[in-house]
Design a protein around this ligand. Structure first.
Ligand code: UDP
Length: 309
């Protein structure tokens, strides 16, 4: 197969490039390098099956030749990044999704959308099943990401219903691992870098809000299975093991052997109080479930961040 990955130089995108090349497919990564990095895909350039196009996918995407699958993973994904780039975030989720869908239709390719647990907003249902419509503030600081992804899901379903396009929509829950940027501002890189450098570990709010951490290799396995499936409706992929942010901070402190103090800072606006995926559909239809615990994943990620310092 020839697989096109938008956001191919990003954290998850680069892991997808690597996985599909390993399976013997031909991979084209497209990225404007706003939050992606060439260093993520540098080792792939020696593979003759890999090509890279530096482009902003909010503009028309011209790719000659056949394409069998398009995976739309381009977008800032950290709250700090999408606060810094609110308009590019809205544009890539809206215009970028439209362009990528148009290309998929032209090439008769399967289209996969990287959606997010953010479509559920600050949920009043837990765990969150795919059938839950969410509770999102459209005009808050997170709205630029949440609403772009909600629009992207609507657009993707419209292409499925109106044009008969084969689509896959994955709602990704808090994934972490190697190749996250040390400075991307999310909890895992922040806590790890603070712990490794002996700086105070900054927990926002009282740290009682929850997240469910999924290690990147588990996510990628789920994505590959979803792509091969025939499921055109959204599927949650994430690890249902729910932890408070305080527990995550304490675990990172312990695993790094750090003497850093845990300090408390104001909670950002609209910060979701809880997040835990209901993965009944993935378990049943994809025979998928996470294999790597948060602790094991964090150990590997800490080693990676040590190398980045
Ligand atoms: N968080 C924190 N300290 C930090 C960074 C994040 O306490 O230095 C909190 C943040 O307020 C949120 C949780 O950790 O409650 C997860 O934040 P992250 O940015 O990783 O992503 P989110 O799940 O909010 O999209």
């Amino acid at each position: 197969m020839r697989i096109l990955i938008t956001g191919g130089a990003g954290f998850i995108g680069s892991h997808l490039c690597e996985r599909f090349l390993k399976e013997g497919h031909s991979v084209t990564a497209i990225d404007n390098l706003l939050t992606g990095r060439l260093s993520n895909i540098e080792p792939l350039f020696k593979n003759p099956n890999f090509t890279f196009i530096k482009q902003d996918v909010t503009n028309f995407i011209h790719v000659p030749g056949k394409v069998d699958a398009i995976l739309h993973f381009a977008s800032p994904a950290s709250p700090v990044d999408y606060a810094k780039y609110p308009i590019p975030t809205l544009k890539v989720g809206a215009l970028g999704t439209h362009k990528a869908l148009g290309l998929a239709k032209e090439k008769k390719a399967v289209f996969m959308l990287a959606s997010t647990s953010e479509v559920y907003g600050d949920p009043d249902v837990s765990p969150q099943p795919e059938s839950y419509w969410g509770r999102v503030n459209p005009i808050g600081p997170r709205g630029v990401y949440d609403e772009a992804k909600r629009f992207a899901e609507a657009m993707t379903m419209a292409y499925h219903r109106y044009h008969g396009l084969q689509v896959r929509i994955v709602r990704i829950f808090n994934t972490f691992g190697e190749r996250m940027r040390t400075e991307d501002g999310r909890a895992v890189p922040n806590f790890t870098m603070q712990a490794l450098k002996g700086k105070s570990i900054t927990v926002y709010g009282d740290g009682s809000q929850t997240r469910s951490l999924c290690y990147v290799s588990d996510l990628v396995e789920g994505l590959v299975r979803l792509l091969k499936s025939k499921i055109n409706s959204p599927v949650n992929i994430g690890n249902p093991h729910e932890m408070t942010i305080r527990e995550i901070a304490e675990m990172i402190k312990r695993l790094t052997g750090s003497k850093s103090k845990i300090i408390y800072k104001p909670l950002p606006i609209d910060d979701p109080k809880q997040r835990r995926p209901d993965i009944t559909i993935a378990r049943k239809e994809l025979k998928w479930g996470p294999r790597v615990s948060a602790e094991e994943g964090l150990r590997r990620t800490i080693e990676y961040f040590k190398g980045e310092i």
